[in-house]
Write a protein that binds this ligand. Structure first.
Ligand SMILES: [Zn+2]
Length: 378
């Protein structure tokens, strides 16, 4: 249970270790980067250090750190505080997330859907809680999940707390993207970038975590997830490979089978995928679930064409669809066609984000693709 459980994030480790050893830890951190690469694990382990009675100095510098030479810091793992943080019951470690509205004293707040971190939740669970004394006296840590879903109103309410929290109070905001955060929020936090994990590492982790997964599938899910272990695990749970199989199959029939038929299949698949997402996140509507499912289908389309682009330009090592090598080799399209097709898929994804009709977006994409890369007979 060490901070070095967070793997393959040397830059983030170096920033945090430097701050810990200097004794000048910022009051507010903003961990940003793709989902499923270790941001929350790092926040949890940092909290353990901050709450630990007697943090230790590990002698062996982990390979994660590369050339880092300064002193290292980690939680002792044995004190009462460490026991409590490990059990998830430390009274001074506050995990803030969208679903907390269910525990809000106001019934109207409780009755909401919890799609965002609203001002009521932030005020009650962060701002007011920051004002009280730590229960065990050492420090208080607030980890805010999905900080990019804090409403602007709530971000404004939080500014003062981010700027000057009481002594020994630390906030760690976790965000996949930075564009939804106000400049005033960002400027009050020390940013810590988290990068995508190496595909081979994700594949190895997947094989370790999921018994029975074949090395080919592990490799393929890892590549699809583009460096996110969390995503790769979810893709695996959703059986995304079988959707991918169908997407690739339909792409081989572009211009042969009608646009309506392909569009219908993608929409049906998006619905089925959406149902998986709803199982995990009950807060989202059916429409939103299908929309997300469709985005996943579009990213499979983009992945297929980006593989073809890589192959046609001689960069075969970045390929996602390693277990469809034969089909990739058989698909004859030139780099220009592949680039146009990727652009079409990305455009369609953007349209969805702007709440365009799912049906029209799919049909427009299939029409465009059939024009760019029609199936070659034989
Ligand atoms: Zn300890």
């Amino acid at each position: 249970m060490s901070i070095f459980d967070v793997r393959r994030q040397p830059r983030a480790h170096r920033i945090i270790q430097r701050a810990l050893s200097s004794g000048r830890l910022p009051h507010a951190y903003l961990f940003h980067g793709p989902d499923g690469v270790g941001k929350e694990l790092m926040a949890d382990r940092l909290a353990r250090i901050l709450l630990c009675e007697s943090p230790i100095r590990p002698a062996e510098p982990p390979e994660e750190l590369g050339e880092f030479t300064g002193p290292l810091c980690d939680a002792c793992g044995r004190c009462q505080d460490c026991v409590l943080t490990r059990a998830g019951t430390h009274p001074d470690l506050h995990l803030i997330h969208r679903k907390l509205h269910r525990y809000h004293p106001d019934p109207t707040v409780r009755s909401r859907k919890g799609l965002e971190l609203t001002v009521d939740v932030i005020r009650h669970f962060v701002i007011e809680a920051v004002g009280t004394k730590p229960a065990r006296g050492r420090a208080k840590v607030f980890i805010i999940r999905e900080a990019d879903r804090i409403t602007s109103q709530a971000q404004n309410a939080l500014l003062k707390t981010l700027e000057e929290p009481p002594a020994a109070t630390f906030l760690v905001l976790l965000a996949a993207g930075l564009d939804k955060l106000l400049p005033t929020t960002k400027s009050r936090c020390q940013p810590v970038p988290f990068g995508p994990l190496p595909t081979e590492f994700v594949a190895a982790k997947l094989s370790e975590l999921l018994t029975g997964i074949s090395p080919e599938d592990a490799r393929s899910y890892a590549a699809m997830a583009q460096g996110s272990l969390g995503m790769a695990q979810r893709y695996c749970e959703d059986g995304l490979e079988s959707y991918n199989e169908r997407v690739i199959e339909t792409l081989g029939r572009l211009g042969v089978v009608s646009v309506t038929r392909i569009a219908k299949q993608w929409l049906d698949d998006a619905k089925a995928l959406g149902a998986e997402y709803r199982n995990r996140d009950k807060g989202i509507s059916d429409t939103e679930a299908q929309r997300r499912g469709l985005k996943a289908i579009f990213s499979l389309v983009a992945a297929w064409f980006s593989d073809l682009l890589h192959i046609s330009t001689g960069g075969g090592e970045a390929i996602v669809n390693t277990n469809h090598a034969r089909r990739l080799a058989a698909a004859r399209i030139d780099p220009r066609q592949a680039a146009l097709a990727i652009r079409a898929a990305v455009d369609a994804e953007r349209h969805l984000e702007r709440n365009a009709s799912t049906q029209l977006t799919v049909e427009a994409l299939v029409t465009r693709l059939a024009r760019i890369a029609p199936a070659t007979p034989g």
